[in-house]
Design a protein around this ligand. Structure first.
Ligand code: RIB
Ligand code: CA
Length: 359
């Protein structure tokens, strides 16, 4: 069924410190939840969104992204398409995970907001140049657009305030092959380029190599932590209750809450998938945890480590190989999240998305 858009919410009051964020996504169900969380967060300034292929093809991603932003009353956010295929490999999508159109059983009105005329990688570079040191780039998809951006502008690691990557698996099994995670698996060449671009030998003056809070290495959230963001039916019920309706979106006045109905229809598909493949009726919401971490890095604990990407493995192509014992003797190039405060994350997710839905 189609929904009416939520009434646009005013921007946060002047008192809230807002983190300017660029999102690169392959909207999909958990990407859409991350976008809703970004729009619902008073401490987030969603500057623009770039789209690439992954869960579904880039054109469908761009349609889903705009439709979800319109549902949340944010048709003002610029959405651009980037590269539509991986750098070297044939595109593989995952309709079995997110549905043929990428939003499960949900139906959204066709997007009315225009697609940006800018090419996604160009938008990333142009916005980083326009606001040097200010923007946090959050990647929720294969790293194709980000690789093209850093190839066109090698100074990108210095121009960005930070990059937060949902991708890889550093101490845990993969979700696409035994040792590979989906975003990296779709475009391993792109991931290798991005991880190398932030290598200590790469961008001088980027602060790479510094440890602790001053680090500007990428923060990478792999399956090690994102599979702790396990959304269960009671979480959806709590979001719905906060919005004043039932978990299927039905309101006391007989009207349907459009955001809750979207969540119910999209997540039902995603939970059925997890039932089959991960043997629980719920959903790993990888992308919202990454987005929330970009806004508040205290949600995770990271450890600096040298990471490289396997490109030629018979069984392991796309593996993010983490040198925890430092046998390579190369400086760390990634701050890998090793712990996440899932409880605090879900408290915020429920509160913010529930309030957004309430309107
Ligand atoms: O492996 C999980 C990641 O792959 C998430 O970003 C999900 O949306 C898919 O893109
Ligand atoms: Ca994604």
């Amino acid at each position: 069924m189609a929904y009416d858009p939520v009434v646009s919410k005013p921007a946060a009051d002047g008192g809230t410190q807002r983190t300017p964020i660029l999102v690169d996504c392959d909207t999909g169900i958990d990407d859409s939840l991350a976008l809703l969380y970004a729009v619902a967060s008073p401490d987030c300034d969603l500057v623009a969104v770039t789209c690439t292929s992954g869960n579904v093809d880039a054109r469908q991603v761009a349609e889903n992204t705009r439709a979800v932003l319109e549902l949340a009353g944010r048709s003002d956010v610029e959405v651009a398409i980037g590269r539509e295929t991986p750098l070297e490999r044939a595109l593989v999508t995952t309709p079995e995970t997110h549905g043929p159109r990428g939003i499960g059983y949900a139906e959204l009105p066709p997007a009315r907001m225009p697609l940006s005329p800018r090419f996604g990688p160009d938008l990333i570079v142009e916005e980083a140049r326009r606001r040097p040191g200010e923007l946090t780039l959050v990647t929720l998809a294969p790293l194709t657009n980000v690789a093209l951006a850093v190839l066109s502008e090698p100074k990108l690691p210095r121009l960005l305030r930070r990059i937060v990557i949902m991708g890889g698996s550093y101490r845990s099994p993969g979700n696409t092959a035994p040792t590979t995670e989906w975003n990296v698996n779709v475009d391993p060449e792109a991931a290798k380029i991005v991880f190398e671009a932030f290598d200590a030998d790469g961008a001088e003056g980027s602060g790479v190599g510094s440890t602790g809070p001053g680090s500007t290495r990428p923060i990478a959230l792999g399956l090690d932590v994102t599979e702790r963001a396990k959304l269960l039916p009671h979480h959806l019920a709590e979001i719905a209750a906060r919005a004043g309706c039932s978990p299927d979106g039905g309101g006391p006045d007989g009207r349907t809450n459009p955001v809750i109905r979207y969540l119910a229809d999209a997540l039902r598909f995603y939970m059925e998938f997890h039932s089959r493949y991960d043997h629980f009726f719920g959903a790993f919401i990888h992308d919202p945890l990454a987005l929330a971490t970009a806004i508040d890095p205290t949600l995770v604990r990271t450890e600096p480590v040298t990471v490289d990407v396997e490109l030629d493995g018979r069984l392991t192509t796309g593996e993010t190989v983490a040198d925890w014992r430092r046998v390579w003797g190369r400086p760390p190039n990634v701050d890998v999240a090793v712990e996440a405060d899932a409880g605090r994350f879900f408290e915020r997710f429920i509160e913010r998305v529930g309030d957004l839905a309430r309107g």
